[in-house]
Design a protein around this ligand. Structure first.
Ligand code: UDP
Length: 457
């Protein structure tokens, strides 16, 4: 019998590549053959040798052919529009070649990132079902879906003046949490985000990297609002790690350093793969960490300090280095999942990307949040106000706030309560993956669903 094949197309950004490859591994372990279409830009290095069991198809997209361009720097909405405009044609060509020449009619469906807005039209034209992987939480997705409502209600105009206003339809979300991507032109941002949701609504099935017990009311709400089947099969990374698809080299000296620290004493600090901060804020972070007296492991990604090509050690003053000597480790990129699972780590100061949030929950690590854009403000509001496992510093902070928040998280009874609550979520996450658990069942359902999408030739 011919094996059933699934063709995946990740968005070329770290927070999207990781869950898509984890999903590819999960489906492969369920017996599916895997093809991955990818751009040259941000192609995870050495995938051919790391994934010899997958077929890879590089599309030639003019965004990246000059290889100096970095489409994801600058405004993310502009980047999303650019990637969509440039990749549509090459993707269609590549997919039709796979469908006609290589796969011998065995392709059951394509699975694309939701942000590829053109993919549904291509799938319809080539007569192949499309499943969407949405790499946010379900809650964030529902907020994105409500953008037209926010537009009508006027929340999107004059956002600054109304920042603290609550949005009654989405408690405890406030106007300032609505994803704007820092754009000067909220209308065009709104148009792009609405298009992503609109095209997602036309797909055959929707996959989330979450688990039912974490977002039960929102999954129910989604079921009422969307007509396609929804599969909450996360947390993906507890089945397959993301280390293999890291775009930057993970510095393992951070683990050696953690091995020497006391249990739950270290604050891990990382703001993900895209967020940047200006030099003034960077120094507030640095001095807040120093003044807290707490040991810390800090990831300072190259290029993440706005307006400078300098590395952390070039920007950080000598007296800061003296102050934190013996209780700090600064690296450019870390093996994050391993770091969060390390017994020395007691807290995570994060930008609240969904992968980081889920990875922290699954290791029972309470958080401090400094969200920057997209769904990060929603995640931060949610972990602090609904699950109550984090402190939300929001976007503007000074060293004094940093210092006080670190003390609260790491040394007080209130911090211990957050740790206790997130430890309970960790247990639930582990249970849902086991036989009979919600994600286990949903994955079985997804596998069956894919098998029924197209009849075997
Ligand atoms: N990550 C990592 N090393 C680091 C920082 C982050 O491997 O030093 C990984 C992290 O485990 C997560 C991804 O990068 O899987 C970041 O995704 P997330 O959604 O949290 O944020 P984004 O980078 O998309 O803003």
């Amino acid at each position: 019998m011919l094996v059933s094949r699934v063709v995946l197309f990740p968005l070329p950004a770290q927070g999207h590549i990781n869950p898509m490859f984890q999903l590819a591994n999960i489906l492969h372990s369920m017996g599916f053959a895997i093809s991955v279409i990818h751009t040259r830009f941000n192609a995870p290095g050495g995938v051919d040798s790391r994934y010899p069991h997958f077929n890879f198809h590089l599309i030639s997209d003019p965004v990246t052919e000059d290889n100096s361009s970095t489409p994801l720097s600058g405004n993310p909405v502009t980047a999303i529009n650019l990637l969509n405009a440039r990749c549509a044609g090459p993707f269609k060509l590549c997919l039709s070649r796979i469908l006609s020449e290589e796969s011998n009619g065995t392709v059951r469906c394509i699975i694309t990132d939701a942000i590829w807005c053109f993919a549904q039209a291509v799938a319809d034209e080539l007569n192949i079902p499309r499943i969407v992987l949405r790499t946010t939480s379900v809650h964030s997705f529902l907020v994105y879906d409500a953008l037209p409502l926010f537009h009508q209600t006027g929340y999107l105009t004059n956002m600054e003046a109304r920042a603290e206003e609550a949005i009654p339809e989405f408690p405890p979300i406030k106007v300032k949490d609505i994803p704007t991507f820092g754009a000067n032109d909220p209308d065009s941002t709104f148009e792009t985000l609405s298009k992503i949701v609109g095209e997602t609504k036309k797909c055959s099935g929707l996959i989330f990297n979450t688990f039912k017990e974490l977002e039960s009311p929102d999954l129910t709400k989604l079921g009422h609002q969307f007509c396609m089947p929804v599969f909450a099969i996360g947390p993906f990374h507890k089945r397959f790690s993301a280390a293999e698809t890291s775009l930057l080299k993970q510095d393992r000296s951070s683990i050696d350093w953690l091995d020497k620290q006391a249990p739950q004493s270290v604050l891990y600090v990382s703001f993900g793969s895209l967020a940047t901060m200006d030099k003034t804020t960077f120094l507030e972070v640095a001095w807040g960490l120093a003044n807290s007296g707490q040991p810390f492991l800090w990831v300072v990604r190259p290029g993440s300090i706005n307006g400078t090509a300098s590395t952390a050690s070039e920007v950080l003053p000598g007296e800061w280095a003296e102050e934190v000597s013996g209780r700090s480790c600064v690296v450019e990129w870390a093996p994050q999942q391993e770091v969060l699972a390390h017994s020395s780590v007691g807290g995570f100061w994060t930008h609240s990307g969904w992968n980081s949030t889920l990875e922290s929950i699954c290791e029972g690590v309470p958080m401090m949040c400094a969200p920057c854009f997209a769904d990060q403000m929603i995640n931060a509001r949610w972990v602090s106000d609904v699950w109550r496992i984090a402190i939300n510093l929001e976007r503007v902070f000074a060293r004094r706030d940093v210092e006080e928040s670190i003390r609260l998280l790491m040394t007080t009874a209130e911090g211990a309560e957050m740790r206790r609550r997130v430890a309970a979520l960790k247990e639930t996450a582990a249970a849902c993956l086991g036989s009979g658990g919600s994600s286990y069942e949903a994955l079985e359902g997804l596998s069956k669903f894919i098998m029924e999408l197209r009849n075997q030739p």
